[in-house]
Design a protein around this ligand. Structure first.
Ligand code: ACO
Length: 297
């Protein structure tokens, strides 16, 4: 994943927050529009993440980011590559309407912020970069890890959540989203709408369209010459990674990344924001719909 262009010029901050506009800073006068280069970086990261997770196709690409109301946090190390920087990894989040089962097994409709894709370059895993990126996102979104839902987390990611945020006990779901035991406690009744019990079971769709499943369906619906063999099934949750995947990592990661920033410029804490989570998701939908444009080619 080497890029010929200067990543420090493209991504001025250590962590860039990208949305459907695909911009990471102000356009410098006299320089070409950075959108195409940013799109190239996102596409390459998406491919690398899919490969690392053995997905049949990327769930992250520039086109998908433009077409959705997601946020992509991109981490660079500006010192590397002779001062031209390297991309370390990314984290993609977005709100999803989900039908979940609470601890009593009742169907609940909710719209949490979800982790949709997360990737740190193989050679840089277990160095604390994932934690740095995840912590940045938590501050930016003003959310606690236990209030989020996780779209089919890998074994490595489950281990990460356990280690750094003590998230261990997931509440069983019939879909592949994972939520942890505090998820239902931390939300008020107004934020969680119980699905009326009189509805026959068959009418309730206790799932949301997952990015990962969409990818699989897209693959299946390809015309015959393009149909690729199905990917191996994802590792069951809570299993440890294979020795091979572990060997790609170096040592054991520190609790805090070595390059963890001391302050997050421009991120001001907001009052009682954890309770605003669902509202945030709805607000963002309205505002980003207004901003929504598909100008990228
Ligand atoms: N095997 C097992 N656990 C791992 C591994 C590994 N190879 N790599 C990271 N972890 C977990 C462990 O808990 C580790 O702690 P330890 O070293 O003491 O065992 C901890 O993460 C390390 O924390 P960080 O260094 O901050 O995490 P890292 O920078 O490695 O990023 C991530 C974590 C994003 C999961 C990274 O390992 C990765 O990119 N993995 C491959 C892609 C992937 O599985 N992404 C998640 C997809 S699921 C989704 O996005 C919803």
């Amino acid at each position: 994943m080497d890029f010929t262009f200067d990543l420090n010029a493209l991504f001025p901050e250590r962590v860039s927050v990208l949305d459907n506009n695909l911009t990471a800073g102000r356009k410098a006068p006299g320089r070409p529009d950075p959108q195409i280069q940013i799109a190239t970086v996102i596409d390459e990261l998406g491919k690398a993440s899919a490969k690392a997770q053995q997905l049949p196709a990327p769930i992250t690409s520039a086109a998908k980011l433009q077409a959705n109301r997601h946020h992509l946090y991109l981490l660079k190390d500006g010192e590397q590559n002779g001062g031209r920087a390297v991309v370390v990894g990314f984290l993609k989040v977005g709100c999803k309407k989900l039908f979940l089962l609470d601890q009593q097994g009742a169907h609940v409709e909710t719209e949490p912020l979800c982790v949709l894709d997360f990737y740190i370059k193989e050679t840089l895993q277990r160095h604390g970069y994932g934690l740095e990126l995840f912590d940045f996102m938590l501050k930016h979104k003003q959310v606690e890890p236990g209030q989020m839902a996780y779209d089919r987390p890998s074994a490595k990611f489950l281990s990460f959540l356990d280690k750094h945020y003590d998230l261990k006990n997931s509440v069983p779901q019939v879909n592949n989203f994972v939520v942890f035991s505090g998820f239902f406690k931390s939300r008020s009744a107004a934020q969680l709408r119980k699905v009326p019990p009189k509805k026959p079971e068959g009418e309730i769709k206790p799932y949301s369209l997952m990015e990962r499943d969409v990818v699989r369906k897209e693959q299946r619906s390809l015309p015959l010459p393009f149909v690729r063999p199905a990917a191996p099934p994802p590792s069951p949750p809570l299993l440890l990674s294979s020795p091979q995947s572990r060997s790609l990592s170096v040592g054991s990661s520190p609790s805090h990344g070595p390059l963890r920033p001391t302050a997050l410029p421009g991120l001001q804490p907001r009052p009682s924001l954890s309770s605003q989570l669902n509202e945030n998701c709805r607000e963002k939908r309205t505002s980003s719909l207004n901003r929504f444009r598909l100008s990228f080619h």
